[in-house]
Unconditional design. Sequence first.
Length: 487
Amino acid sequence: MRIILLILCIACCTIETCNAQNNIKDFDDFRKEIKRDFNHFRREIVSDFIDFIRNPWQEQLSVPPVPKPKETPIPPVVVPDNDIQNTPQKDTPIVIENVIKTEPIIPQPQPIEPILEIPKVKENFVQINYFGTKCIVRYPYNSNYEVKQITEDAVADALNILSTKEYDNLVYDCLKIRGDLQLCDWAYLLFLKNMSETACGKGTNEATLLMSYVYLLSGYKMRLAHDGHNVYMLFASNHTIFEKPSYNIGGDIYYGVIDLPSKLMVSDAKFPQEQNLSLIINKQPLLTIDRSDAKIISSTRYPEFKLHIEINKNLLSFYETYPNSYYNGDFMTQWAQYANAPISLMVAESLYPELKDKVKSLSESEAVNRLLNWVQTGFKYEYDEKVWGHDRTFFSEESLFYPCCDCEDRSILLSRIIRDVLQLKCLLIFYPGHLAVAVNFNEDITGDYISVNGNKYIVCDPTFIGASIGNTMPGMNNKTASVIILE
């Protein structure tokens, strides 16, 4: 009897093992079929796109660049410590008609279908130095595409070679790096430019087409163009970039990765689900850290507010490439992009614990007054025109690094720190020639305030040096002011 039971158990186990093996085999077959379907569908879409590239390209003239509005900066005002303005005695509402909302964050573009890795392929490797960060991507062992002449068919033939499976791992690696390094759209575009020039040579048509192909497959909207000598990639953007010529193609505004001629032959070949580039930075790129020399920034009124600052110089190099722009036709949105950019992990992990420790026993108003005076007195004020020769807006880390800054830089930095350290909502107040901050306290605070969406925001001006919260800098005409709501 025991022998019979043992035989039955062995038989059941054998059947279960076979079923399990069959299930695994069925799943592997299913996965391979899905992979084939993905690749087949994508290659059909790419093939249609390349066929469209062969159609005659149309002549386009560039649109003149949008000049950055010229503002006469208002110099800072210093308040003596014993001035009565330093302690507001009553609430004074500021009525402002123009309220500008922050641009919504949309998901980053994605491929039309997942780009799947192809294992066990003989490949070369391209090593890229991307703002001090070493990245490696796989590249076909026998890459044989080139653009011998500038015609529609020649460009299409080169793209046809790029669309073969030999380049799938390159696209896969680029997208993986985009995720691993938290690259925003602008950072990813610069990465692809760097990668393509490293692989194919700087300024070559082959590099332009390689960048264009990977950018296209990553989900972004781009158009190809030429001037009879060189091929160019144009990228569509949600933002209007100041001081940069553009092309209006099908109602979308396109810019060149490099400076473009004023007249181009442009292909209007479209790709399904293509998406415009956004200049929003909602995560800081995770670049290799190259620490700046440490410096100390102190508050004059509150000497205990002495903070040690170090910045990642690789991040500063990336910031230097960032184009100044605005959104939805409203010039006022240009500052929101800088103010809403999160501070880097390096600064957050070093500066914020020290700040939180200094304010932990203080009320909200006491904490903001100290942070306000720290920004007012710890940073040297200077006009951008004198320092840079042109207007330049800083991200928060740039204000912490460079020796001087102006009103917009101070306001961006102060609003970022208050939101992060004290978890209080902020907005920016723009007067012609001046930018200030207003804070939504949980306490009942007296002073100049703005009411937005039922919330009371108290004025905190980092360029009204020595003034406490609730004070508007003299000479500000509230009838001409705008409010920019921050995240």
